[in-house]
Design a protein around this ligand. Structure first.
Ligand SMILES: *[C@@H]1O[C@H](CO)[C@@H](O)[C@H](O)[C@H]1NC(C)=O
Ligand SMILES: *[C@@H]1O[C@H](CO)[C@@H](O)[C@H](O)[C@H]1NC(C)=O
Ligand SMILES: *[C@@H]1O[C@H](CO)[C@@H](O)[C@H](O)[C@H]1NC(C)=O
Length: 482
C-alpha cells in the first residue's frame, strides 16, 4: 500500500459510499480495509444523515458484525442506484405474493424491517406479519373497522417500540360517525408482538380532522359543529386529556404535525395556506382552563408559488401556461421528524378551465429550515414551502382503493402515489433530494398478474426499497426494488 492505512481509512470516510465501496474492491490490499469495522460505521453514519439505511433508524451499528455492516452498505448503494437514478421506470428485482384472504387491509410497514401490520376486518384484529419469513407473528384486537392511521413513530431513544395511532370503531361501519369511535395507540415491538398502551372512546357526533402523535401525546383534530376546530390531546402516560377550542374554521383537508408544538396546516384558498401552531404549553398535562387558540402564523404561498409554471422540468409543460388554471388542495401528508426530508408535503390537483378532470398533480414540500441570505440553513418555527413539483395525471379515483391514494415515507423523502392518466392507473414514486433541491418521478414496474384496479391498500418502505400492495381478494404483493 502506498498510503498509510489510517490515512486511507480517513480518506474513505470522506467520499460517497459508492466510491468507497468501489475503491475497496479494486485490489486485495485495499480489500483488507473492508475488514475494519470503524470504516463501515463511519460510512453508514454519514449516509444516515441524508438518506435512510435499509434498517430501522434506531439501529445500533456498533452491535453489528462487519459482514452485516457490509451488507447494509451494499443494499444502500443498490437501492439508491435504482430509486434515485434518472431512469423513469424502475423495474422490480423480486416480489412475493401471499394470499391472506379477503377482509384484510394494510395498516403500515415498519420502516427498515420486514414487519407489516395488517388489519383483519373479520375478527377486528391488527396482525403483525413478517414478509421475509411469510409468518404471522402476533395479533391484537383493535376493532372491526379502521378509518384513519397516523404515521409510524419510530422508537424513542433507548426504546425499541414503534407506535401507530388509529381511529377505529368496534363494530363494522362504513363511517366512524355511525359507530362508537375510539382512538388507540398500537405498539409494535421488534419481535412482532403488539399491545395497546392507550385506548379511549371518543363518543359520537364529531367530524374527524387528523391524528397526531409523539412519544408522550396522542390526539386528533375534530369538529363538533363543522364550523370550528377542536384539538383533543391525551397524555399517553397519565391519560390526562385537554380539549382546546379554537377560533379556526374547520376544513376537510388538514394536516397535523406534532413534535413538541402542534402545527396544523390548512388550505383555505387557491393561493394561500395557513399554518396554525399550538404551543406545547397548551397541551397536557397541566389542566388549566381551556384557552382559545388564536392564529399564530399565516403563510402565503411564496413568489415561486403554486401558480408558477416555469423551472419545473417535469410533468406539466408550457402548453398550460396562460390557461385559466386553478388548484385544489387534496391533502396534507406529514413525515416523522427524522429531519432528512420535508416535514410535510401538501398535495393538490391542477385543473384547467372548466374541465372536470384534473390535468396534473402538484406536490409541495414544506420545511422548518430557513435559508438565510448568507446561505446558512437554520431551523425555524415557520413552515416554509421549499420545493414544488408537478406531474401529469390525477390521483386514482373510485374503485377499490380505500384510505390512501398517496403516502409519504417515514423519511420525508419519498412519496408513493396511485394515479391515473386517461384512465390508466399507475404507481409512481417521487423522490425528493433536499440538498440538490431536485426530485425525480419514477413509474414503478409491477408484476404482470397484479391489477391496479383491484388494489385496496398500499404501503411504502423507502429504507428497504419496497412497496406493498394488497388487493380486494386479499392477495398481498411485497415488491422489492433493491
Ligand atoms: C390570493 O387569493 C385571494 C382570494 O382568494 C386574493 O384576494 C389575493 O389577491 C390572492 N393573492 C395573490 C398573491 O395572488
Ligand atoms: C410531545 O408533545 C408534548 C406537548 O406538546 C411535549 O410537551 C413533549 O415534549 C413532546 N414529547 C416528545 C417526546 O417530543
Ligand atoms: C404526562 O403525564 C406524566 C405523568 O403525570 C407527566 O410526568 C408528563 O409531564 C406529562 N407529559 C405531558 C407532555 O404532558
Amino acid at each position: 500500500m502506498l498510503l498509510n492505512k489510517d490515512i486511507l481509512l480517513h480518506i474513505l470516510t470522506l467520499v460517497p459510499l459508492e466510491d468507497a465501496l468501489s475503491f475497496i474492491s479494486v485490489s486485495r490490499d485495499y480489500r483488507q480495509l473492508g475488514e475494519e469495522k470503524s470504516l463501515w460505521i463511519h460510512l453508514l453514519d454519514a449516509v444516515k444523515k441524508t438518506q435512510p439505511l435499509p434498517c430501522p433508524d434506531d439501529v445500533d451499528l456498533l452491535g453489528k458484525s462487519v459482514k452485516e455492516l457490509k451488507r447494509l452498505a451494499f443494499h444502500t448503494v443498490r437501492r439508491e442506484h435504482r430509486w434515485s437514478s434518472e431512469t423513469k421506470n424502475i423495474n422490480y428485482r423480486d416480489y412475493t405474493m401471499i394470499q391472506l384472504g379477503p377482509g384484510y387491509s394494510l395498516i403500515h410497514s415498519i420502516a427498515g424491517t420486514p414487519l407489516l401490520v395488517v388489519h383483519s376486518e373479520r375478527d377486528g384484529t391488527a396482525v403483525c406479519y413478517n414478509i421475509d419469513t411469510t409468518r404471522f407473528l402476533h395479533s391484537v384486537h383493535i376493532g372491526q373497522a379502521v378509518f384513519h392511521i397516523s404515521l409510524v413513530l419510530t422508537p424513542a431513544p433507548g426504546q425499541k417500540t414503534h407506535l401507530i395511532a388509529l381511529l377505529v370503531t368496534e363494530e363494522l361501519a362504513v363511517d366512524y360517525r355511525g359507530g362508537h369511535a375510539s382512538l388507540l395507540v398500537l405498539a409494535v415491538h421488534p419481535d412482532g408482538t403488539m399491545d395497546i398502551p392507550f385506548r379511549t372512546e371518543l363518543g359520537t357526533g364529531f367530524t374527524f380532522g387528523q391524528l397526531f402523535l409523539n412519544h408522550s401525546i396522542v390526539g386528533l383534530l375534530r369538529s363538533l359543529d363543522l364550523e370550528t376546530l377542536d384539538i383533543l390531546a391525551f397524555n399517553l402516560t397519565s391519560r390526562a386529556c385537554r380539549i382546546i377550542h379554537t377560533d379556526t374554521l374547520y376544513d376537510a383537508q388538514m394536516g397535523a404535525y406534532l413534535d413538541t408544538n402542534l402545527y396544523i396546516v390548512k388550505d383555505r384558498s387557491a393561493n394561500s395556506s395557513n399554518v396554525y401552531y399550538c404551543p406545547s404549553s397548551l397541551l397536557p398535562y397541566q389542566d388549566f382552563h381551556d384557552k382559545l387558540l388564536h392564529v399564530a402564523d399565516t403563510l402565503q404561498w411564496d413568489d415561486h408559488g403554486i401558480r408558477w409554471w416555469d423551472g419545473l422540468s417535469i410533468g406539466v409543460d408550457a402548453s398550460l401556461s396562460g390557461l385559466g388554471t386553478w388548484f385544489e388542495a387534496l391533502g396534507v401528508m406529514t413525515a416523522a421528524p427524522a429531519g432528512r426530508g420535508a416535514a410535510l408535503v401538501t398535495i393538490h390537483h391542477i385543473n384547467v378551465d372548466h374541465e372536470s378532470e384534473a390535468r396534473a398533480i402538484n406536490l409541495r414540500y414544506w420545511s422548518y429550515r430557513e435559508k438565510k441570505a448568507d446561505g446558512d440553513v437554520t431551523p425555524s418555527r415557520r413552515l416554509t414551502p421549499v420545493y414544488t413539483l408537478n406531474l401529469w395525471g390525477m390521483l386514482a379515483t373510485g374503485g377499490s382503493l380505500s384510505r390512501h391514494r398517496h403516502l409519504i415515507a417515514y423519511s420525508g423523502l419519498s412519496v408513493l402515489l396511485v394515479d391515473q392518466y386517461f384512465h390508466r392507473r399507475s404507481v409512481r414514486l417521487v423522490r425528493y433530494r433536499p440538498c440538490a433541491a431536485s426530485s425525480s418521478i419514477h413509474l414503478l414496474d409491477l408484476p404482470s398478474e397484479l391489477s391496479l384496479n383491484t388494489i385496496s391498500t398500499i404501503a411504502l418502505d423507502d429504507h428497504r426499497g419496497t412497496i406493498t400492495l394488497l388487493d380486494q381478494s386479499g392477495d398481498l404483493y411485497s415488491i422489492f426494488y433493491a
